[in-house]
Design a protein around this ligand. Structure first.
Ligand code: ADP
Ligand code: MG
Length: 458
């Protein structure tokens, strides 16, 4: 046996003093070095190991090559023996690293991290290999604990997220229910406001109509009688005039002529019948308005669904609002061919009234035009348009015009109820209202009403 050289002794001491478990093998796979740290970590003494090829023994139950053995044999088989967990070292050229769990080491096994590197002679030939082993059990255990904690946390987060989503769903449900309730409430309120307004307008109109009806009746008949009387008087006057020539006293004749000229009898003869005619026409018109008012309110008749001629309704409504409209706009009627519709006629009149009044109020200082257009939207739906050449509706107001009490008009001029009432009425008829508008050009309110009324609409 050869005595160890100076250099080999120094290397041995270096090996022993090194705190990392390390062993070395020669080209023939025989262990040449096995340091103290190695003895401690693996539990196999240097005496047992050096000079043998048993480096596999501390790790495996059966003989097999270690990383260092494979380095000596060449790289080819490394992946086969350490599938998936070996890789080239990033620090040492030609070296490999691997990490694995060894249940045989220690009481409950150990995680080891190996690094194996070739040992070369002066010419660079591989003459052996050195392998270091680091115990990474603590790190592994910590990692595992961490992973477990993370998994646990993720699970908790998932659970909480699910709980939150559930709570959110319930909240959304509640909100939906509240919104529905709110809608119901505002519809109910709208209908109340509408009913009240209808009732008061109806009463007012009926009262006024009743009060005016009687006096107009006797004025009308008196004017007729008066006209008869006047005709007789004029006849009598003519007879007197003819008799004038046979009056003997010139003073009487002169007085009569002077009087005739003073009162301009010829003019009176022409003008009185004209005045009578005009008065009659005036009274006829007043009677007409009173009739319309009675029609419109018909407070006596309970409101019932009935077939009604929309054009007659529009006409009578226009008569009522004539005063609001006639100084501001010309009314153009463009009636199409439409059937009678099944509706609450008084309420439809109310819709027309509100739309026409709004159209008239939208006019500026210049006289405008209000067009009332009817036609069929489709086989079952009638279309009524009230179009004006007024100031139009600003975009930010447009979304609110149907809200109760929304008005852009001066106090006392607008209540903000007109469109909300109209909307409620049209909705009750199973129809809808649409608006086209352009600032400065005008607006068109389009009411679509089904020809037939079905029960679920009311
Ligand atoms: N034809 C129209 N042209 C311009 N603006 C209109 C027209 N119709 C309605 N509006 C707008 O809608 C608002 C609400 O109308 P409405 O409910 O009838 O209440 P009111 O007429 O009492 O103000 C009006 O104040 C007005 O700003
Ligand atoms: Mg109005």
């Amino acid at each position: 046996m050869k005595l160890p050289s100076q250099a080999e002794v120094a290397l041995s001491e270096f090996f022993d003093g090194h705190p990392v478990a390390t062993f070395a093998i020669n080209r023939h796979h025989v262990i040449t070095h096995w340091n103290k740290a190695c003895e401690q970590l693996l539990g196999w003494t240097r005496a047992c190991m050096v000079g043998t090829r048993n480096q596999w023994q501390p790790f495996y139950a059966k003989e097999r090559p270690l990383l260092s053995d494979l380095i000596i044999d060449g790289d080819d088989n490394i992946d086969h023996h350490y599938p998936g967990h070996s890789k080239r070292s990033t620090l040492i050229p030609g070296a490999y690293e691997s990490e694995d769990f060894f249940p045989n080491i220690g009481a409950s096994g150990h995680w080891l991290h190996f690094t194996a590197a070739p040992l070369r002679d002066a010419e660079g030939n591989v003459v052996g290999a050195i392998e270091t082993l680091r115990d990474v059990t603590e790190r592994r255990v910590a990692e595992n604990a961490l992973r477990k904690a993370k998994d646990g946390l993720e699970h908790i987060v998932e659970k909480r997220t699910a709980q939150l989503a559930h709570a959110n769903d319930r909240l959304e449900d509640d909100i939906r229910q509240l919104t529905e309730l709110n809608d119901l409430l505002s519809t109910a309120q709208q209908q109340l406001v509408q009913a009240e307004k209808m009732a008061s307008i109806g009463q007012l109109a009926a009262g006024v109509a009743h009060e005016i009806n009687n006096p107009i009746g006797y004025i009308f008949s008196n004017v007729g009688t008066l006209q008869n009387y006047l005709e007789q008087l004029f006849e009598m006057l003519g007879a007197y005039q003819e008799a004038e020539t046979s009056i003997a006293q010139p003073a009487v004749t002169a007085r009569l002529r002077a009087m005739r000229e003073r009162i301009d009898l010829d003019f009176l003869r022409q003008d009185i019948p004209a005045l009578m005619r005009e008065s009659r026409e005036g009274i006829v018109r007043v009677r007409h308005i009173v009739e319309d008012l009675k029609d419109f309110s018909r407070a006596d008749a309970s409101q019932e669904w009935s077939r009604a001629n929309l054009h007659l309704g529009i006409d009578s409504t226009l008569n009522i609002v004539a005063n609001e409209v006639k100084y501001r706009a010309d009314v153009v009627k463009a009636y199409g061919d439409i059937p009678e519709i099944e509706c609450l006629p008084l309420q439809i009149n109310q819709v027309v009234l509100n739309l026409v009044i709004n159209a008239a109020q939208a006019m500026g200082p210049e006289r405008g035009t209000i067009t009332l257009r009817t036609g069929m939207a489709d086989g079952q739906t009638v279309r009524l348009e009230v179009e004006d050449t007024g100031h139009g509706i600003a975009p930010d107001a447009l979304s609110r015009i149907f809200d109760p009490f929304f008005t852009t008009k001066a106090v006392g001029k607008g209540t903000g109820l007109g469109l909300s009432l109209a909307y409620g009425i049209v909705q009750k008829h199973g129809g809808r209202i649409e608006v086209d508008t352009e600032l400065g050009r005008g607006s068109c309110f389009r009411v679509l009403l089904p020809v037939r009324h079905t029960e679920e609409q009311s």
